[in-house]
Design a protein around this ligand. Structure first.
Ligand code: SF4
Ligand code: MG
Length: 329
């Protein structure tokens, strides 16, 4: 609720604070047990920072994170360590996230040791089991990370996250660093594991096509803000935010009967250290109105379970359903 993460920007010989980057700027959403919530946006939009702040791997500047009803931003380090058994993360770059000097057995037993699970013999058994579960023979435990391909390393990254039997897994672009041919194998594996262990995923990606099949709901972020959040079918079928529309129009649609208008965005993403006033998207938005340059739109539920932050669907600060907007335009 109201999650913010601001980073100081320092400069000069004395490294004085000269500004701040609002990496995550007042973001609120809910993740339902058992669902896959996709979070999508271009690089620098704050999606990874949001994911890490959910686990307090990055401390939020403001806001709350409720896990099973409890605000975990209030927990002590020791309490947080225990809670993290239920909340794990899979990183984007499987190579950078595995210590090259450690054998897989050591890498995978570390989380077990941290959470006091089993003696060394039991831990070895669990390590071999989890390797088999992610599709690697158990005897791989004796190898080093460099002996595996990118896809295999991401299987190990997944094994490390799942070995403590978590409830929630933050997947921070887990397939972005992989060859396209390997991506779908890993996505399928992650879907199978989700069903098998009853997991909940927050699945972060920079591309709407990656989360299309795996997500139940999708949130779209732009410059530190959530601009649209809804169920999968509505997001892909009836996107409301002009930014989502532009992202979707860049994804080729195989259905020849569906007319696709290509929306070409002007300009680049503005610097997050100096975001535009009002709606952060107004410098690139094809529908920009005067109010957009001054007033930040609030994040409203304009249709059932369909949230959007855009003045097109707002009048006098109140949400206006899209049909009504179309009728008046
Ligand atoms: Fe475009 Fe205005 Fe909506 Fe922002 S608020 S997305 S500038 S129409
Ligand atoms: Mg990232």
């Amino acid at each position: 609720r109201g999650l913010k993460k601001y980073f100081d920007v320092t400069g000069g010989v004395f490294s004085k604070k000269v500004g701040e980057v609002k990496a995550v700027d007042d973001v609120s959403f809910t993740v339902k047990e058992g669902e896959v919530l996709g979070i999508v946006g271009e690089s620098g939009c704050g999606k990874s920072t949001t994911g890490k702040a959910l686990l307090r791997l990055i401390e939020p500047t403001a806001g709350s994170v409720f896990f099973k009803g409890q605000d975990i931003t209030l927990l002590s380090d020791e309490e947080m360590r225990k809670t993290r058994r239920d909340m794990q993360i899979i990183f984007q770059d499987p190579y950078a996230s595995l210590n090259p000097r450690h054998k897989i057995a050591k890498i995978l037993s570390e989380p077990l040791i941290v959470h006091g699970i089993g003696d060394s013999k039991e831990r070895m058994k669990i390590v071999k089991e989890i390797l088999e579960i992610v599709g690697l023979p158990g005897d791989n435990a004796a190898k080093y990370p460099h002996q595996f391909s990118g896809g295999q390393r991401q299987r190990i990254g997944i094994a490390r996250a799942l070995i403590v039997n978590p409830k929630l897994v933050i997947c921070d672009e887990p397939v972005s660093a992989l060859d396209v041919s390997i991506q779908s194998q890993i996505l399928n594996l992650m879907e199978d594991l989700k069903d098998k262990f009853g997991l909940t995923y927050v699945f972060i990606a920079h591309d709407l096509s990656v989360v299309k099949h795996i997500s139940d709901r999708v949130g779209v972020m732009y410059l530190g803000r959530m601009v649209e959040l809804t169920e999968n079918e509505s997001l892909y079928g009836e996107p409301l935010h002009p930014y989502t529309r532009s992202l979707l129009s860049a994804v080729p649609d195989p259905d020849p009967d569906r007319k696709q208008e290509r929306v070409i965005l002007k300009g680049d993403v503005p610097s997050p250290s100096n975001p535009p006033n009002g709606c952060a998207f107004h410098t690139r938005c094809p529908d920009c109105m005067d109010i957009c340059k001054e007033v930040r739109p609030s994040f409203n539920e304009v249709l059932v379970n369909h949230f959007v932050a855009c003045h097109l669907y707002e009048e006098d600060g109140k949400p206006v359903p899209p049909e009504q907007f179309k009728a008046t335009k």
